[in-house]
Design a protein around this ligand. Structure first.
Ligand SMILES: Nc1ncnc2c1ncn2[C@@H]1O[C@H](COP(=O)(O)OP(=O)(O)OP(=O)(O)O)[C@@H](O)[C@H]1O
Length: 692
């Protein structure tokens, strides 16, 4: 039974923050004392400035957390804002997450009875959530919290969605959220949205995570995980090392990891699976997995230091670029709300990453490419030994070879996230609208402002009071496994967000590389800046004066003039030049799966650009003719320019430039609307918290 509900104070002054015990993508978590109630709690501190783009998500999480009432779900005692931070006060789960427990003491995973016990508790939470119309969307070991007595709570509703939502909130179920390794194929595909069966897939992946100590594909960057999840047979307990597991465990996992969501059981049905007959009492967990664990704060500190050390080693070993890709990798794997920007950054680094990365687990997929099987038939399952175990060079090569195949994958899989990935090359409004955008821009000085989430009130030192609740609640026994040496599996980040952020770390050279590679450049300022507008206007209207140089004076960083805005992106004339189009596959026309309608603006832009170029050429010819005094010979065939090359009329030109201006205004208005929506959501969040 849960303790009777107490009234927790809504003032930061009533809490004493102790050491940090957890770090997620969006928040830091501290052990704390609620002074008036003399109760140890955990406080999740979110920097609202940093979360500007996802205030709706935060509001949803806080609302869900305060409304839920189930022993296996982490509820919020209360929440309030203080300074720029939102504090969410929750029960303190003294042993931390299953991920942390595995990282420090069970690197190869738990024994089957412990897994059955943990999963049964999680499943009870899912049954409750689903019955109340919620999809959790982020089921993973990192979100399974364990208390000192072995009781279990599923945490983190940051990305949960309500199945009864309508309108905009319904739309959130068509967005690209979740942690890639745990993400169901239909969530990646986004063809018809998804439902609570997405949690069942994540549940199956979590079962594998608890069995192996890491999730399948956890060594890969998110974009690759997406491709592997979609292309490969679903992972399972089919390998040599899995012989120790029972048939019912294997069958339970196989039932969850069926690509067709309709064929997965509901949480309620799954709870009746024979596998859960192996589950024990939660006290069993206390005696087995918690036995010998050092205090959570110590474990967290050690793991965090190790992760930092590993990154430093990589930096020394592989140099800055590889170091960056490793950081990208770690961040990506741990991030549930990775977005297009992250994917683009990762995409730019994939080659470098793969050239030098650790080969462990790398043979998972290439041999199984094109295995797209819908049902949970044996054919759908990964075959033993070929997909998860080897670290040979040939396997590494196989895996490396996959990545440049991305373009063909787009054609082979006409699915939305891949369109979003394709957005690395050509971003459309829709993709941007559905992916949570970040306000962080590429400007290094600006990105400095987006530093790590830190509470506005500093923790009370880093003390670990030996007589406090944590220590009284935890057994101080020897840690079972040494945590020395580089960690093997990196399925959760412990590093501050800013130290891993591509926005912060990306160098100028990399940025240039990104720009040239993806043929798009972010609009750094949201609404079009006056300066930019002025330059663009000049470049368009002043083309007559600049004879062939109109494409040079838009922006120093660009190679050509902005001829089209696509959401927050701009397309430059150089990108549309026939040479660029021919040289760069990324700017080639969309694959055949793209609708005809979506090609039209693309073609219009090319047409428009060609018209402009023609005009410039004609002017040059005329200029050459006048200088040489030999007007007809050069143009050739005895024809003049009017008969040879149709010149667009002044009216047409005027209309074209009006169209461009209108497109710019629309882009600017859309951006302004987005900003207004954000501040609106912020105000609502404050109101929600002030008026319960
Ligand atoms: N109540 C709690 N008691 C003990 N540890 C906690 C508690 N809440 C969170 N943690 C620890 O903090 C970590 C991060 O918390 P949380 O998952 O809520 O943050 P997040 O930013 O939403 O993370 P992510 O989105 O990456 O899952 C957890 O994985 C867990 O280890």
């Amino acid at each position: 039974m849960e303790a009777p509900k107490k009234k927790f104070p809504l003032d930061a002054k009533d809490y004493k923050l102790y050491e940090e015990i957890g770090e997620g993508v969006s928040a830091s978590v501290y052990r704390a004392l609620c002074v008036p109630l003399n109760e140890t709690v955990a406080i999740k501190v979110l920097d609202l400035e940093k979360c500007n783009n996802d205030l709706d998500g935060i509001r949803r999480e806080v609302q869900t957390m305060s409304l839920i009432d189930h022993p296996n779900l982490l509820r919020a005692y209360c929440s309030f804002t203080t300074g720029q931070s939102l504090w969410v006060v929750t029960p303190y789960m003294a042993a931390g997450s299953c991920l942390h427990i595995m990282k420090s003491s069970f690197q190869e995973g738990f024994e089957e009875p412990a897994i059955a016990t943990l999963l049964r508790e999680v499943l009870k939470a899912l049954v409750y959530l689903h019955a109340h119309g919620h999809i959790h969307r982020d089921v993973k070991a990192g979100n399974i919290l364990v208390d000192y007595n072995g009781s279990i709570k599923l945490a983190d509703f940051g990305v949960s969605a309500c199945m009864f939502d309508t309108g905009d909130r319904q739309r959130s179920r068509n967005t690209f959220v979740g942690t890639p390794c745990w993400m169901a194929p239909e969530v990646m595909q986004q063809l018809h949205g998804y439902d609570f069966k997405a949690d069942i897939w994540s549940f199956g992946i979590t079962a594998l995570e608890l069995a192996h100590g890491h999730a399948p594909f956890s060594k890969y960057p998110p974009m690759k995980v997406l491709l592997m999840t979609l292309q490969n047979a679903p992972p399972g307990l089919d390998y040599e090392r899995d012989k120790k597991f029972s048939k019912s465990f294997k069958e339970m996992v196989a039932a969850c990891l069926v690509k067709d969501p309709k064929k997965r059981p509901s949480s309620e049905k799954l709870l009746k699976h024979p596998f859960f007959k192996n589950a024990r009492t939660t006290e069993y967990l206390e005696h087995t997995i918690l036995n010998g664990l050092s205090p959570l704060s110590d474990r967290f500190r050690i793991l965090k230091a190790k992760e930092a050390e590993l990154l430093m080693q990589n930096k020394e070993l592989y140099g800055e670029k590889e170091h960056l890709s490793q950081q990208e990798y770690i961040r990506g794997i741990s991030a549930w709300n990775f977005n297009l920007e992250d994917l683009k950054n990762q995409a730019s680094l994939i080659q470098d990453y793969d050239e030098t990365s650790n080969a462990e687990d790398l043979n998972a997929s290439s041999k199984q490419q094109n295995v797209i099987n819908d049902a949970g038939s044996p054919a759908e399952r990964s075959s033993p030994e070929i997909s998860d175990h080897s670290d040979t060079a040939s396997h590494l090569e196989d895996a490396i070879n996959e990545i440049p195949d991305l373009e063909s994958s787009f054609v082979a899989f006409p699915i939305k996230p891949l369109q979003a990935l394709k957005g690395c090359f050509d971003v459309c409004e829709d993709d941007l609208a559905t992916v949570s955008s970040t306000a962080v821009d590429d400007n290094p000085s600006d990105s400095d402002q987006h530093s790590a989430i830190k509470p506005s009130v500093k923790p009370v030192g880093q003390e670990t009071e030996s007589n406090d609740a944590e220590h009284s609640g935890q057994r101080k026994l020897l840690s079972r496994a040494s945590t020395n040496g580089p960690r093997k599996y990196l399925s959760g980040s412990l590093l501050p967000d800013d130290s891993l952020s591509p926005k912060k770390l990306i160098s100028d050279a990399d940025r240039d590389h990104l720009q040239s590679r993806f043929q798009t450049q972010r609009n750094l300022s949201g609404p079009l800046h006056g300066r930019q507008k002025h330059k663009i206007n000049n470049s368009l209207s002043g083309s007559n004066k600049n004879h062939g140089r109109w494409d040079k004076n838009v922006e120093d960083v660009s190679e050509g003039a902005v001829v089209q805005r696509k959401g927050r992106f701009k397309v430059f004339s150089a990108e549309l030049s026939p040479k660029a189009l021919a040289n760069n596959p990324s700017s080639s026309p969309p694959p055949s799966s793209t609708s005809a309608a979506s090609v039209v603006p693309y073609l219009q832009t090319i047409l428009q650009h060609n018209a402009m170029q023609r005009e410039e050429l004609l002017k040059l010819i005329k200029f050459a003719e006048q200088n040489s005094g030999n007007s007809m010979e050069y143009v050739g065939s005895g024809t003049n320019e009017n008969s040879q090359i149709p010149i667009i009329s002044a009216r047409e030109r005027e209309l074209q430039s009006q169209v461009i201006h209108l497109q710019q205004s629309i882009g600017s208005l859309v951006e302004q609307l987005r900003i207004l929506k954000m501040s609106n959501a912020k105000v609502s969040l404050h109101l929600d918290l002030v008026i319960p």
